[in-house]
Design a protein around this ligand. Structure first.
Ligand code: UD1
Length: 320
């Protein structure tokens, strides 16, 4: 089968591409390298087609979609605080770009599109765990754009018969998540702080919690969502069903790394939600999604990966 992966050079995208190649599929990656990196595709580079381009350019999206069977639409401006700072840019990529991807997928008559939605659609709804039937109430521009993407995908199902599945990811973490931007995922920043001996910053009191989901579980969900019967038109939570506070994750990292670091507490971030936890019953039933890597094991694997890549960077610097 031929898969198009938008954002395929990014963290979630490149891990998904690796698995598609392992399964013998043909893969086209469309990525503008604004957040993704070619080095994330190093191991599969000779086996894929790579198109450098943005989802905001309809013609390039059409080109990528040529003879595609499935589309995994993962390209996005991914940060909540960045969307608060620059809602127009987040809207342009996440909504206008998604509309281009849907139009091109419809015209290329693909079998199905899987859209990377977000748990941020739930916003401050107080009930935990989050169920897909709850009324979305996003509290950041980013959350709005991800929710609109789901609505558009569903409308393309109704209006044009385009099969679609939206996956609401819950705080994905793991190897290749970029720790170097002010908008990076919290665990990538914490792991790096432990390796570099710098002080991790907690925004707020550290008692906010997240359903941190290891990348391997998300890759599994992505692939199941492409082919699961009776899934089209539906939205699924992709999490683990548990949650941990930031203070707990720091305690675990102290144990894993054997390093004791003092933490800086800073003011809470705008647009931040307090708690997040997925109910994954619907995904288990319809997609046969079954997260196999639990949080602590995922954190151990992730820390080892950052440790190795940190050691490689140091060795390179020494050689230069
Ligand atoms: C994350 C995702 C977003 C996804 C959403 C869904 C990232 C970068 N963002 O948003 O794409 O749609 O989950 O659930 O993965 N924090 C600190 N110190 C730091 C960095 C962050 O205390 O150095 C705090 C934040 O204020 C927040 C929590 O950690 O309370 C998680 O932040 P972050 O990793 O940025 O993710 P979300 O905002 O939850």
């Amino acid at each position: 089968m031929r898969f198009v992966v938008t954002g395929g050079a990014g963290f979630i995208g490149s891990n998904t591409v690796d698995e598609l190649i392992r399964r013998g599929h043909s893969v086209v990656v469309l990525d503008d390298l604004s957040a993704g990196k070619e080095e994330n595709l190093a191991e599969v580079r000779s086996k894929i087609s790579f198109i450098k381009g943005s989802i905001t350019d309809l013609e390039v999206v059409r080109k990528a979609m040529h003879e595609a069977d499935y589309v995994l639409h993962l390209a996005a401006r991914t940060s909540v605080p960045r969307s608060v700072k620059d809602p127009i840019e987040t809207n342009r990529v996440n909504i206008d770009g998604t509309l281009n991807v849907l139009v091109a997928a419809r015209d290329a008559k693909v079998k199905r599109i899987v859209f990377a939605a977000s748990s941020s659609a739930y916003g401050e709804t107080p009930t935990l765990p989050k169920l897909e039937t709850m009324q979305p109430a996003p509290i950041s521009p980013y959350g709005v754009t991800k929710y609109v993407g789901e609505l558009y995908a569903q409308v393309f199902g109704r209006a044009y018969g385009l099969e679609n599945v939206s996956l609401r990811y819950f705080n994905v973490f793991g190897p290749r998540q970029d720790p170097n931007s002010p908008y990076s995922g919290v665990l990538s920043k914490f792991c790096t702080a432990f390796l570099e001996g710098t002080q991790p910053a907690i925004f707020g009191d550290g008692e906010q919690s997240r359903d941190f989901t290891y990348i391997e579980n998300v890759v599994q969900a992505n692939l199941l969502a492409c082919e699961a019967p009776s899934a089209s038109g539906k939205v699924f939570n992709v999490g683990t069903g548990s949650r941990f506070t930031l203070n707990q994750t720091l305690a675990m990292l102290q144990r894993i790394s054997g390093v004791n670091l003092e933490v800086k507490y800073e003011p809470a971030r705008e647009g931040d939600i307090r708690d997040s936890q997925a109910d994954i019953t619907q995904g288990r039933e319809i997609l046969a999604y079954n997260p196999t890597v639990e949080f602590e094991e995922g954190l151990e694997r992730t820390f080892s990966w950052y440790r190795e890549s940190h050691a490689k960077t140091l060795a390179k610097q020494k050689a230069e």
